[in-house]
Design a protein around this ligand. Structure first.
Ligand code: M6R
Length: 359
């Protein structure tokens, strides 16, 4: 039931802090240690490379998750689109393990990969919001997202639940392997702070609606730019805008603009810059300025510690590995208000289904 909400999507955006807290209750023991099944950790620790295979929003969540496993658990990770992987399989490492991030657990593109890798007796883990789903049943291991039913076609709370669950798993794996970076990270504290940050972000609805009225009301295209994790957020932000408001939106690695894309910038083209990484903040700002010099309407979403006068919205300062959990929220709201203001059915965009059970 969506209660007083006009659309499920808005309700689900608002639920994200509660989902994150629920995940902490589900996966963190009272002594602060992450509680993951020992046989799963054993299988993951035996792998020399983790292969994430996913689609759409879950693919973007996989991109955000990869650096967590590399940094906290010292295991190489590659991230693949399910629709490509099954038919153009790369040369696998000696001891691969497959992780399928999937909100529905029913995505056909992923299932065909699962069938192929199981035929080779390779270990598989499904992380899904539907514990009774096909992919949860058929994989060797399954973890639940605890996000509650997601009704809107555009995924929001399942995305943040996927990213958060992966951070917990990466920390647990790192501790299991004795990696100092995992042992030193107080993830419970960091994620609790992020739940608060998400709350302040969802409370910024008026600011975001004003940005939409100023910059996105009638535009036919829009670009999101960022570097590192901010780039992965840019990809997901663009998908959100595309799927529910039918704006031609693209996410770009900010440094790539000058290698071609900048040719697309015209007067008033919206360019949304996402800046949460201190290492690359100045570079992304410079890239945004280059688009402004060509007439773009730049909207800057920057972390508090990196903010500059004239920025449009302040993002919370959070642990760099976890920044997508907070940075995506204003982007979800940008898409929501653009769709709503244009009079579309936000929850049921044209041509799309909640779970895609055909290849
Ligand atoms: O159920 P899945 O996460 O496997 O679905 C994959 C994509 O179809 C899905 O993430 C899709 O991109 C989102 N619903 C878009 O918001």
């Amino acid at each position: 039931d969506k209660g007083a909400y006009p659309y499920y999507m808005l309700k689900e955006i608002d639920e994200q802090p509660a989902v994150l807290r629920r995940l902490l209750t589900a996966y963190v023991k009272p002594d602060g240690h992450v509680d993951m099944p020992a046989n799963l950790l054993n299988a993951l620790a035996a792998a020399d490379r983790l292969y994430f295979v996913a689609a759409g929003t879950s693919y973007h969540a996989s991109l955000a998750a990869a650096p967590m496993f590399e940094e906290l658990a010292h295991v190489p990770v590659s991230v693949h689109l399910a629709s490509e992987f099954g038919y153009h399989m790369p040369l696998l490492s000696e001891r691969p393990m497959f992780i399928f991030l999937t909100q529905s657990g029913e995505t056909a593109d992923i299932r065909q990969v699962l069938v192929k890798v199981k035929a080779q007796h390779l270990p598989t883990l499904t992380i899904t919001n539907v514990p009774t789903s096909t992919l949860a049943r058929e994989a060797d291991y399954a973890l639940s997202l605890h996000a509650g039913p997601e009704i809107a076609v555009a995924s929001t709370k399942a995305y943040t639940a996927q990213v958060a669950t992966c951070s917990l798993l990466a920390k647990a794996l790192g501790e299991y392997k004795g990696v100092a970076a995992a042992e030193q990270l107080d993830l419970f504290h960091e994620l609790s702070m992020i739940a608060d940050a998400q709350q302040s972000q969802v409370d910024e609805k008026e600011v975001i609606h004003t940005i939409v009225k100023d910059a996105l009301a009638t535009t036919r295209n829009a670009f999101y730019i960022g570097r590192g994790s901010d780039y992965y957020v840019a990809l997901e932000a663009a998908l959100k805008l595309k799927e529910i408001s039918y704006v031609q939106a693209e996410g770009f690695a900010a440094g790539e603009l000058k290698h071609g894309t900048i040719a697309l910038i015209e007067k008033d083209t919206p360019v949304i810059a996402i800046i949460t990484d201190p290492v690359t903040a100045a570079h992304t700002r410079a890239n945004a300025s280059e688009t402004a010099a060509r007439g773009a309407k730049v909207i800057t979403l920057a972390a508090k510690g990196l903010a500059a006068p004239g920025d449009d919205l302040e993002l919370a300062d959070v642990h760099p590995l976890l920044s997508p959990l907070a940075a995506i929220i204003p982007c979800q709201l940008l898409a929501y208000y653009t769709s709503m203001d244009r009079g579309y059915d936000v929850d049921r965009p044209r041509n799309l289904a909640k779970s895609v059970t055909v290849e």
